[in-house]
Design a protein around this ligand. Structure first.
Ligand code: AHM
Ligand code: MG
Length: 336
């Protein structure tokens, strides 16, 4: 029988490679993956557990929190607190960072996550996911409390990143800097098994993802770029394009990692959207790491996302990512 490789086997193999993955990082990824199983199960239960709907409270960014946002945040916190692999965590759904309490052993990594990406899809049984990013805590944190500044590292410092996607199948898409791997949750066995490896985003595409309802708020270069795609075979691109928008970044990105395409959430002129909607540290950085590892490009419209120096945990950014030729064309338009 041709047995599939499990996540544990993959991680042990990575540990044995020349640039060995430290045991703490391996444990961290296993714990996050286990927490994602629990979140996936909770999402799947939905109304049966009375977990759909919103809470009467907002997160630090003024967004109404869904019950599942808060529950999933707690699942990740509790799963990761006691393992001794982390120095602190930060989440889209928490106002400030969460240091590992002094009564517990501490490790050398920082975990950054969006517990439920695509929250507006929860109540309509649409795609949602969990996005995570891992960086090393600066050496200077040894023997002192972690502070926000320790998290403010450019995305190129990430040592691992990934997302779980809770759709018709529950998948874990992971990079530790050696390509992008996909693991499917085998519910009968309770394990993650590898179902795709070394994903590659083709440089060319005929598909784009953007929320067209915001068109009038975009900057001119983005409008010009999208106008060209919309003009299809009758315009300068001389071919037709197709559009998809799932309302969930992991859903749209998974499509791109599987078959190519571009995803854009540009900054726009609406109040509080001047710097974009998506969060640099919880969403853009980990997804940019995956996209680059699959041979694609990820920019804020102009510059590489992974080179942005963050100045706050909840910072937002414009996002354009996917097939390299399209991202380059968009960047060129910024200078025309
Ligand atoms: P969330 O983390 O609060 O769910 O917000 C992020 C989501 C992305 O997954 C998605 O691409 C985008 O917001 C959709 O925004 P809009 O509803 O403006 O189209
Ligand atoms: Mg969210």
């Amino acid at each position: 029988m041709n047995r599939r490789k499990t996540l544990t086997q993959f991680l042990v193999e990575q540990q044995r490679l020349e640039h060995a993955m430290p045991a703490q990082l391996r444990l961290l990824i296993e714990v996050v993956a286990r927490a994602c199983k629990v979140i996936g199960h909770t999402v799947n239960k939905g109304a049966i557990s009375g977990l759909l709907g919103s809470l009467e409270q907002e997160n630090v960014q003024g967004e109404v929190q869904k019950k599942l946002d808060v529950i999933s945040n707690d699942i990740l916190l509790e799963a990761n607190e006691w393992g001794g692999h982390l120095a602190a965590m930060a989440s889209e759904e928490m106002d400030t960072l969460h240091p590992i309490p002094n009564r517990l052993p501490k490790g050398e990594y920082l975990l950054i996550y969006d517990p439920i990406d695509g929250s507006s899809n929860i109540d309509v049984n649409g795609i949602v996911g969990t996005i995570f990013s891992v960086v090393k805590a600066p050496e200077s944190t040894a023997g002192r409390e972690v502070i926000e500044a320790d998290f403010l590292q450019p995305g190129r410092n990430q040592v691992a990143a990934g997302y779980a996607i809770y759709g018709p199948q529950t998948l874990l898409v992971l990079t530790v800097g050696t390509g992008v791997y996909v693991f499917s949750l085998d519910r009968e066995m309770g394990s993650w098994v590898m179902t795709s490896e070394r994903l590659t985003i083709p440089p060319e595409t005929n598909e784009f993802a953007i929320n067209m309802a915001n068109e009038r708020h975009w900057e001119l270069p983005v409008r010009k770029y999208i106008d060209e795609l919309m003009a299809g075979a009758d315009g300068p691109r001389q071919r037709d394009f197709n559009m998809r928008w799932m309302g969930s970044m992991v859903g749209d990105v998974h499509r791109i990692l599987t078959q190519g395409g571009v995803f854009l959430y540009p900054r726009d002129s609406r109040p509080r959207m001047e710097n974009g909607k998506l969060r640099l540290m919880y969403e853009a950085n980990p997804i940019a790491f995956l996209v680059e590892q699959a041979g694609g490009k990820a920019t804020d419209g102009k510059s590489r996302i992974l080179d942005i120096q963050p100045n706050s945990l909840h910072q937002r950014t414009g996002v354009a990512l996917g097939s390299s030729q399209e991202i380059e064309r968009l960047a060129d338009m910024q200078y025309e």
